[in-house]
Design a protein around this ligand. Structure first.
Ligand code: NAG
Ligand code: NAG
Ligand code: NAG
Ligand code: NAG
Length: 280
């Protein structure tokens, strides 16, 4: 009798454990459901049942991935751990883009550096094929020793770039003063790791040290709150704007960490700055 009870108990325990594993497995996001590795042969990998994605770069090739879905408005978050150590010359690009010659694009690019020197976060917004709206930042932490969250909020009113939920850049819809805004072309999410040592680190002065290869960037906890062109009734991000608290955070980050702003680069715009630069 006792042994029958204990085997029933054992069976129940096993069933319980298996069902917990199933629940856990289902609740973890599976990056292989969201992304295709598009280039680099075996240099892009989805690991741990889809929990982790890694891109690598060596002296032969970089690698990249693209989302299976396309988006028209939403809030997209990804945790990224950038190439550690001497990453000079490498660029990790992470961006939304539509296709074609008059494409729209919302860009993060992480420019590597020598060990101990700061990464540069390069941002840009293209509308109808035209970019030239660069802003660059240093970060307030080392982006290579852990994962941090990089987000793009995109709705009909505004585009907000955030790092660990702190806004670093806003590109408002200023169609009322003649600035085109991305709002009708759906975009996919792309990322790639590649060699750009002609320009990336200190303007190309520091080259990639191939003795450090392979270089690896890692991704996890992708989260997309997608509006899909207003089809989703629960799309609260469609009306989201920066509140005063976040406006203040944005201003402080820009004061302290911005290292380049096209809107203050007089040499580039001798005929005057683009109209969005003069709007507050
Ligand atoms: C690339 O790196 C590998 C490993 O360090 C080395 O054996 C190979 O010669 C290199 N190839 C080129 C084209 O530099
Ligand atoms: C979005 O919806 C509008 C209005 O329904 C439609 O005209 C447009 O083609 C749609 N765009 C995409 C990319 O689905
Ligand atoms: C690399 O470090 C130098 C020196 O601190 C800094 O000026 C530069 O902005 C950093 N980033 C890049 C990508 O060169
Ligand atoms: C989506 O809905 C918002 C709010 O109703 C509206 O302002 C916007 O023009 C719509 N956008 C598209 C692409 O249909």
């Amino acid at each position: 009798m006792a042994s029958l009870f204990s085997s029933i108990r054992l069976i129940l325990l096993v069933v319980l454990l298996i069902s917990c594993m199933v629940v856990e497995y289902n609740s973890a996001s599976d990056l292989s459901q969201d992304f295709d590795i598009t280039w680099g042969n075996e240099r892009g990998k989805i690991l741990n049942n889809g929990e982790l994605l890694t891109l690598t770069l060596d002296n032969i090739s970089g690698s990249g991935f693209v989302s299976k879905k396309e988006y028209l408005f939403g809030k997209i978050d990804m945790q990224i751990k950038l190439v550690p150590g001497n990453s000079a010359g490498t660029v990790t690009a992470y961006y939304l883009s539509s296709e074609g010659s008059s494409h729209d694009e919302i860009d993060f690019e992480f420019l590597g550096n020598l060990s101990g020197e700061p990464y540069t976060v390069h941002t840009n917004v293209y509308t109808q094929g035209k970019g030239e709206r660069e802003q660059q930042f240093h970060l307030w932490f080392d982006p290579t020793d852990d994962f941090h969250t990089y987000s793009i909020l995109w709705n009909p009113q505004t585009i907000v770039f955030s790092v660990d939920n702190v806004p670093i850049r806003e590109f408002k819809n200023l169609e009322n003063i003649g600035v085109a805004f991305p709002k009708s072309q759906a975009m996919k999410l792309y990322s790639s790791l590649w060699n750009a040592d002609e320009w990336a680190t200190r303007g190309g002065l520091i080259k990639t040290d191939w003795a450090q290869a392979p270089f690896t960037a890692s991704y996890k906890n992708f989260n997309a709150n997608i509006c899909n062109n207003n089809s989703s009734l629960s799309c609260k991000f469609l009306v989201e704007n920066l509140d005063p608290v976040n406006e203040e955070k944005l201003r402080r980050v820009q004061q302290k960490y911005m290292i380049y702003n096209y809107c203050t680069d007089k040499k580039r715009f001798p005929q005057g700055f683009p109209p969005e630069c003069n709007a507050t």
